[in-house]
Design a protein around this ligand. Structure first.
Ligand code: C2O
Ligand code: CU
Length: 669
């Protein structure tokens, strides 16, 4: 079973257990002793089953079970044991006494079960429910705050239940010495208990809002105190001159709203660069100087340009509030960087990107090597295909209909696929064997030919697929939509045909961690990291932009309250990224490619895999590493952009780098 499935099983078993405890309490209260006894047995079995599931889950990693092992199960264990000791014998006796008329073993009138049985059964239910709530709302790491809140809520509920259950019919209360005037002893105990529980709970809530430490060091030294050594991100700018033989590539991109007509004739209200979606493609040859002036005509949120996957100097990175001010309507900002990295990348706004990118503020950036790959005399077809979803329709490039192209047989074809959405896409190339030549812009080492195998392209990710054009048609099928996608026909073949492409929905998926050929890497799984950061991704209640929210969390926190990760220039940095949630999180670090070391404990065994966006699926644990060679303050976030907006974003900051901007990535709700 996958870890994701185990997490679901544990949720379900917990929920069933909660139901069984409450049902046992309710049937005991309505004096159905036999049924209550059966439910008590079921609740016990479910609780024991949880111990087994949690034990297996613990084998997948402590992050998945910590709050269950430390709080949830012990709390449930104590309450369940109390319920067995208090209610068990009484239910058993009552069941024996009952005439056995009904299957539920209803008691004859006047034959009461003591209230304590009902209270103990319901309390086990509260404990089970509180454990589930801690898992769903707080998660990892378990804090004093959530433990105190959970404990006091269970106690408060138990006290309240005891009061209600004993209030009218309990003769002891009537016989209280003060005859009901002022406080009875029982009332006093209840009140005192209430005060203790309330203050414990309040402490827990108070702790929840206590500010977290603003920086974590990952086991490395803390911030240096040398004064005068600080450098501002505003000084970390790119540029200079093109390399010898290179040219300047100047662009002006104007962000504005526009109505865009798609190939089918459908019109969409989009946010665009220069009135187009995608924005104008930016291309360069290695060594060129790219100069882009961004102007904002009328995007009220403001805009910036982030060069996704391109390791520009930090001041060019386009993180509003961190590396620059956002560009408001009527303003502009000039970006400049040397195109030293070949490959397929993309650009997009980084301000309110969950809205801006979705509506169209993105485009592609493709840098080709000085000397093209392969046979210089061969004919080439090089297509850049950003895949984006507008109102539920997949648009490839600027086409919402199938793209038809012809290519002479033998042509070297390169398809550069870019996922500009927040969800992954399934890609299948039918009609030819192919190679995945590059992932996230970086070439793979000796990638083998594959056929009949699909690919999963993570949000933000890029794949370069290469093949020689065969003498029969080739189809690129996206998300199993056989009517859409791309169709390449040999130019000596028949005319356009609108038949559906081959059914590729059953194809297995390529595992990039086992694809290609190993090669030397500058560091690996055995290297000693200077800093090691663990990021546990989940959902939970956290502060996001100053407001409590049901957030997408990292280590239980939401942006901007997640501590910055501190690194020093030259450090070898390791990340462990754990997904405790039931959603996929495409993790993206700005400014650095990371080398994949392992996934779920299995080392990467194919070509070295350098990624800027890696898809951490439910229950997965990824180990990646990178060298801190690009000083700055870098965003480190989930590239499901709504998730980032809901809190799943933090900063990785180099020691000694400061920002003159307000320091928190701006948001716009
Ligand atoms: Cu493509 Cu921070 O994003
Ligand atoms: Cu996410």
């Amino acid at each position: 079973m996958t870890t994701g499935q185990l997490i679901v099983v544990d949720h379900l078993v917990t929920l069933l257990g909660v139901t069984a405890w409450f049902a046992a309490g309710a049937t005991a209260a309505t004096r159905h002793a036999r049924l209550a006894l059966g439910l008590l047995a079921a609740a016990l079995l479910l609780s024991l089953e949880r111990v087994v599931t949690v034990a297996i889950l613990a084998g997948r990693g402590w992050w998945f079970v910590q709050e269950k092992v430390v709080l949830g199960l012990p709390m449930l264990g104590v309450a369940a044991a109390a319920a067995v000791v208090i209610a068990g014998p009484r239910l058993l006796a009552a069941a024996r006494r009952s005439p056995g008329a009904g299957t539920s073993g209803g008691l004859v009138p006047g034959d009461e079960l003591p209230a304590s049985s009902v209270v103990s059964l319901l309390t086990a239910g509260y404990a089970a429910l509180a454990g589930l709530m801690v898992t769903l709302l707080a998660g990892y790491p378990l804090t004093w705050s959530s433990a105190l809140i959970a404990g006091s809520v269970v106690c408060a509920a138990a006290l309240l239940t005891a009061r209600v259950a004993t209030a009218p019919a309990d003769p002891a209360a009537v016989a209280a010495p003060d005859g009901g005037r002022g406080f009875s002893r029982r009332g006093f105990i209840g009140l005192a208990g209430g005060v203790v529980v309330a203050s414990t709970g309040t402490t827990g809530v108070g702790l929840m809002f206590a500010p977290a430490g603003s920086v974590v060091t990952g086991g490395g030294p803390g911030p240096s105190t040398r004064s005068g050594a600080a450098v501002s991100v505003a000084q970390l700018r790119g540029g200079g001159a093109p390399a010898p033989g290179g040219t300047r590539r100047r662009h002006v991109l104007t962000a504005r709203t526009a109505t865009v007509r798609l190939a089918s004739g459908r019109e969409i209200r989009a946010w665009t660069f220069d009135g187009r979606v995608p924005g104008p493609p930016i291309t360069a040859t290695v060594g060129d100087l790219v100069e882009v002036t961004l102007r904002n005509a009328d995007i009220g949120d403001g805009v910036t340009l982030h060069w996704h996957g391109y390791d520009v100097a930090c001041g060019e990175d386009g993180a509003p509030g961190v590396t620059q001010h956002l560009v408001a309507p009527g303003e502009e900002f000039a970006y400049r960087f040397r195109a030293d990295q070949a490959g397929t990348y993309w650009y997009h706004t980084h301000q309110a990107s969950h809205r801006g990118v979705r509506r169209g503020l993105y485009g592609t950036l493709v840098v080709t090597p000085r000397r093209p790959h392969g046979d210089a005399s061969a004919e080439r077809l090089d297509l850049t295909l950003p895949v984006h979803t507008f109102d539920g329709t997949v648009v490839i490039g600027d086409r919402d209909l199938r793209t038809e192209r012809t290519a002479r047989t033998g042509t070297e074809v390169r398809l550069r696929l870019v996922d500009t959405d927040s969800e992954p896409h399934r890609l299948a190339l039918a009609g030819t064997p192919f190679r995945v030549a590059a992932v996230d812009g970086r070439d793979l080492h000796r990638p083998g030919e594959v056929a009949g195998t699909a690919l999963r392209l993570p949000a933000g990710g890029r794949y370069d697929l290469v093949f020689a054009m065969p003498s029969a048609p080739v189809a690129l099928v996206v998300d199993d939509d056989r009517a859409g996608g791309l169709r390449l026909r040999p130019d000596d073949g028949a005319g356009a045909d609108d038949s559906a492409s081959e059914d590729t929905s059953g194809w297995p998926q390529l595992d990039l961690l086992r694809y290609g050929t190993p090669a030397a890497v500058p560091f690996g799984a055995g290297s000693r990291a200077d800093r090691h950061f663990t990021m546990v991704l989940d959902r939970g209640v956290a502060m996001v932009d100053g407001r409590p929210a049901y957030a997408q969390t990292v280590n239980g926190g939401g942006h901007p309250s997640i501590p910055d990760q501190l690194v020093a220039e030259g450090d070898l940095v390791r990340f462990t990224v754990v997904n405790r949630s039931l959603e996929t999180h495409p993790w993206h670090l700005h400014g650095h490619p990371v080398l994949v070391l392992s996934r779920n404990g299995t080392p990467s065994s194919g070509s070295p895999l350098w990624l800027d966006t890696f898809d951490v699926r439910p229950g997965e644990v990824w180990e990646v590493a990178f060298q801190a060679t690009n000083p700055g303050i870098w965003m480190n976030h989930c590239h499901n952009l709504p998730h980032a907006n809901q809190g799943m974003m933090l900063k990785l900051r180099y020691d000694g780098v400061t920002t003159p901007f307000d320091g928190a990535h701006t948001t716009s709700m």
